[in-house]
Write a protein that binds this ligand. Structure first.
Ligand code: CAA
Length: 297
């Protein structure tokens, strides 16, 4: 019933049609949360295999909700009915809000923003990026309407973490910022904090040096992975230790975020340590590949 009421509330209202670009860990979570909140959600992936993997990820997460008693089977089916999957960006013409959630690659994201600018017809549409670290200004400048481009940064796992960072660039219009905040709090039920447009924003500026310090601690032989993680779980009541959290986020993402922050501030504490680089080279990306600092098989 709650899902049906949410669906009712979502239809015909100002920002009811969402487009999500990328259906990886973050994109699928964002699409799930939005569809559960009653929005009409279109999800775009680059090709059919990526699209079907994304759809599977999203469906498994909903199935987990059914198993855990958070959703009925009927709710799950109603959520799935609000989702459409496509490889064609042209299908985003009627979207009110688009959130880009592809890999942390500036050129890739800028190309997507340039293409979206040509496709989306609503004059006051919101163009958002879920980037963790790439300045929003760079993405805004890839469009002809930087005043409508804003950072809307979610946290992993998206269905669980309440926080979203709202990041206006120097050119983001106050109306866009207000609309983005209203969308995130009113529509998606998340809580927001604001950050200036600096690589890493608020949370990663604090989190990433800590995660990299844990990798350096392991690399130098100071302590073993289990002890580093247990130290922070049992000593500081963190829900998971830093190396397990690296595995959850994905080592490729941590590397990309650290590189953006290093490029911006040139602070050694942001530079990715060699062990992290080698693990990414080896494809040991964490939970999503079955092995990172811990094993998941
Ligand atoms: N989807 C939906 N629900 C999920 C989920 C997922 N992927 N993972 C866990 N949950 C839910 C479970 O269903 C469970 O809900 P109930 O308590 O209502 O039953 C709850 O979360 C707890 O899950 P578990 O009991 O399975 O496991 P846990 O207690 O070990 O929690 C965790 C898992 C939620 C991941 C928790 O360890 C946690 O919060 N860890 C820290 C995660 C974190 O710091 N995230 C931020 C990363 S930084 C980032 O994302 C930004 C960036 O830019 C890099």
């Amino acid at each position: 019933a709650a899902e049906a009421a949410a669906a009712e509330a979502g239809s015909g209202s100002p920002f009811a049609r969402l487009g999500v670009i990328g259906c990886g860990l973050m994109g699928s979570g964002i699409a799930e949360v939005a569809a559960r909140a009653g929005l009409d959600v279109a999800v775009r992936e680059i090709d059919e295999p990526a699209l079907s993997a994304g759809r599977k990820r999203l469906t498994s997460s909903l199935d987990r909700g059914v198993r855990g008693g958070k959703l009925t089977e009927a709710d799950r089916d109603a959520v799935l009915a609000r989702l459409t999957f496509t490889t064609d960006l042209g299908d985003f013409a009627d979207r009110d809000v688009v959130i880009e959630a592809v890999a942390e690659n500036e050129q890739l994201k800028a190309d997507i923003f340039g293409a979206l600018d040509k496709v989306v017809t609503r004059p006051d549409a919101i163009f958002a990026s879920n980037t963790s670290s790439i300045p929003i200004m760079k993405l805004g400048m890839a469009t002809s309407r930087p005043e409508q481009v804003v950072g809307i940064h979610f946290f992993n796992p998206v269905p669980v973490q309440k926080l979203v960072e709202i990041v206006p660039s120097l050119l983001t219009a106050p109306a866009t910022e207000t609309a983005a905040e209203g969308f995130v709090t009113g529509r998606l039920g998340k809580e927001v904090i604001r950050s200036k447009d600096r690589a890493g924003f608020v949370v990663n500026s604090l989190l990433v040096p800590y995660l990299l310090a844990a990798v350096r601690m392991l690399e130098s032989g100071f302590a073993v992975a289990d002890d580093i993680d247990r130290g922070m779980v049992l000593g500081c009541a963190h829900p998971m230790g830093p190396l397990r959290l690296c595995d959850l986020i994905g080592l490729d993402t941590i590397k990309a975020v650290a590189e953006s922050m290093y490029e911006e501030f040139k602070e050694p504490l942001y530079s990715p340590p060699p062990l992290l680089m080698r693990m990414v080279d080896a494809g040991l990306l964490g939970k999503k590949t079955g092995r990172g600092f811990h094993n998941y098989t």
